[in-house]
Design a protein around this ligand. Structure first.
Ligand SMILES: *Cc1c(COP(=O)(O)O)cnc(C)c1O
Length: 385
C-alpha cells in the first residue's frame, strides 16, 4: 500500500528502535490465544522474562503479561493492591513518578505525593521521615525516571519501605531489560514494565511481577475491576495465556526477542552494553559539547537514557529545529520532556534534551547518532530567533 511514512531510527525514550529480525518475527504464524499454540510462545517468553528480571526459580514471584502497556499494569497494581480506606504514598522524581500519582489518585481517595526536584534521585532520609509520619499502606516508586534520566536504588528503597510495613510498588517501565530489576533484593511486592523500551520491541504488553504476599493482599481488596484484576492476570499467566486476547504478532516477537536476550546476547552482556552506552554519552558531553551538562549527578544517571542540560541560549523552538535537522539524517531525536522544558523555560532556566540508549541500540549506532546530534546542535547554537 502506498504511504509517505518516514523510515526513521528512533532515538527517543520509547518506543525505541526495533531490529529487522524482530520485525520479521512478527510474521511468524498467528495463533489462537486459548489454543495450545499460545503456550509455545508464552511459556518460553515468561520463563525468559523471569530470568531477565531475576526471579526465575522463585515460587514467591509470579510473572504475567497484560495486553496494554506499562501503565495498564500500573493501574492494575493500584486497583488490586490498595483498599479504599488505605493511604498510598507516591514518590516522584519527575513526570513518571507523577504518572503513578495520577493513576493512584484517580482511583483512590487517600493518595499523597512526595516530590523531588528534576535531576534528583529519591532522598532516602526524606522518604524515611515521610513513611514515619504518614504510615502509608502502599508506596509507589519509579525505578528509572524517564523525564530526567535518573535511576533510583530499588534494592535499598524496597527494604526501607518494607521496614515501615508498607508494600513497595515499582514502575520499572524504562529500565526492564536494560539493568537488573532488584525485585528480590528490595523485597518488592509489584514490579512492572513494558515491551517498547529496553526490551527493544513494539508496544503492546504490560509486564508484571508480583509477590506471594501481594497476591494475598489482593484477595482482601474489594472491587479490583476486570482488566485491572491482578489475581485474574496471575491465573492466566500461570497457564501461559493472557486475560484478554493476546496481541499475537507481539507475542511472536516477545518469544523471539527474549530467547535472543537469554540465549544469544546474554542478560549480563545486555546490562553491560547499556552501562557502556551511558559512559559513551557522558564522555561525549564532556569532550564534544562544551556548555552542555548532565542533568543528574553521575551516580544517579540512568543506564537507559541520558538527560542533558543545554546552554541557556537554546529555546524550545530551537530544539524543535534541531529535531527537524536530525530527521533529515534519518533520526527521530528527543528534544526533552515537553512539560518539564516548558516549566524550565518559564523559570528562565536551561532546557534539556534526552538521548535514549535502550533496547537493541548498539554503541556503534549511538556514536554515529551523537556525531549527527552534535552537528545539528552546533548549527543552531548561534541562531537567535
Ligand atoms: C514510558 C513510561 C511509562 C508509560 O508506559 P506505557 O507503556 O506507555 O504505558 C511509565 N513509566 C515510565 C518510567 C516510562 O518510561
Amino acid at each position: 500500500m502506498e504511504n509517505d511514512f518516514a523510515d526513521l531510527t528512533l532515538f527517543i525514550t520509547g518506543p525505541t528502535y526495533v531490529r529487522e529480525e524482530i520485525k520479521k518475527a512478527a510474521m511468524l504464524p498467528d495463533f489462537g490465544h486459548r489454543d495450545k499454540e499460545a503456550k509455545k510462545r508464552l511459556e518460553p517468553a515468561i520463563n525468559n522474562l523471569k530470568r531477565i528480571m531475576g526471579v526465575e526459580g522463585d515460587d514467591n514471584y509470579k510473572l504475567f503479561l497484560i495486553p496494554g502497556t506499562g501503565s495498564s499494569a500500573m493501574e492494575a497494581s493500584i486497583k488490586s493492591l490498595v483498599s479504599d480506606d488505605e493511604t498510598v504514598l507516591c514518590v516522584s522524581v519527575g513526570a513518571f513518578g507523577k504518572l503513578y500519582y495520577k493513576i493512584a489518585s484517580s482511583n483512590k481517595n487517600n493518595v499523597e505525593l512526595l516530590e523531588f526536584a528534576p535531576g534528583q534521585a529519591i532522598d532516602h532520609g526524606v522518604l524515611r521521615e515521610k513513611l514515619e509520619s504518614l504510615k502509608p499502606a502502599v508506596v509507589t516508586i519509579t525505578h528509572n525516571e524517564t523525564s530526567t534520566g535518573v535511576i533510583n536504588d530499588v534494592a535499598a528503597l524496597g527494604k526501607l519501605i518494607r521496614e515501615h510495613n508498607a508494600l513497595p510498588l515499582v514502575d520499572g517501565v524504562s529500565i526492564l531489560g536494560g539493568a537488573p530489576s532488584d525485585i528480590k533484593e528490595g523485597n518488592i511486592a509489584f514490579y512492572c514494565g513494558s515491551t517498547q523500551k529496553c526490551l527493544g520491541l513494539p508496544a503492546g504488553f504490560g509486564i508484571g511481577v508480583m509477590s506471594e504476599d501481594a497476591l494475598e493482599k489482593a484477595e482482601k481488596v474489594g472491587k479490583r475491576g476486570y482488566n485491572t484484576d491482578l489475581i485474574a492476570h496471575v491465573k492466566k499467566g500461570e497457564k501461559f495465556q493472557t486475560l484478554t486476547t493476546t496481541p499475537t504478532s507481539l507475542a511472536n516477537q516477545l518469544y523471539f526477542q527474549t530467547n535472543y536476550i537469554v540465549e544469544e546476547e546474554g542478560i549480563e552482556n545486555r546490562f553491560k552494553r547499556h552501562m557502556e552506552m551511558k559512559e559513551i554519552v557522558h564522555k561525549f558531553i564532556e569532550a564534544e559539547l562544551p556548555g552542555f551538562q548532565l542533568l543528574p549527578e553521575k551516580e544517579n544517571a540512568s543506564p537507559s537514557l541520558t538527560c542533558i542540560k543545554v546552554p541557556a541560549s537554546f529555546t524550545i523552538d530551537m530544539l524543535k529545529d534541531v529535531k527537524e535537522e536530525l530527521r533529515k539524517d534519518g533520526y527521530l531525536m528527543d528534544p526533552g520532556y515537553g512539560k518539564m522544558n516548558k516549566a524550565l523555560a518559564e523559570q528562565g532556566r536551561p532546557l534539556t534534551i534526552r538521548v535514549a540508549h535502550m533496547g537493541d541500540i548498539t554503541p556503534e549506532m549511538l556514536n554515529k547518532y551523537l556525531t549527527a546530534l552534535k552537528d545539528a546542535l552546533m548549527k543552531h547554537i548561534g541562531v537567535q530567533e
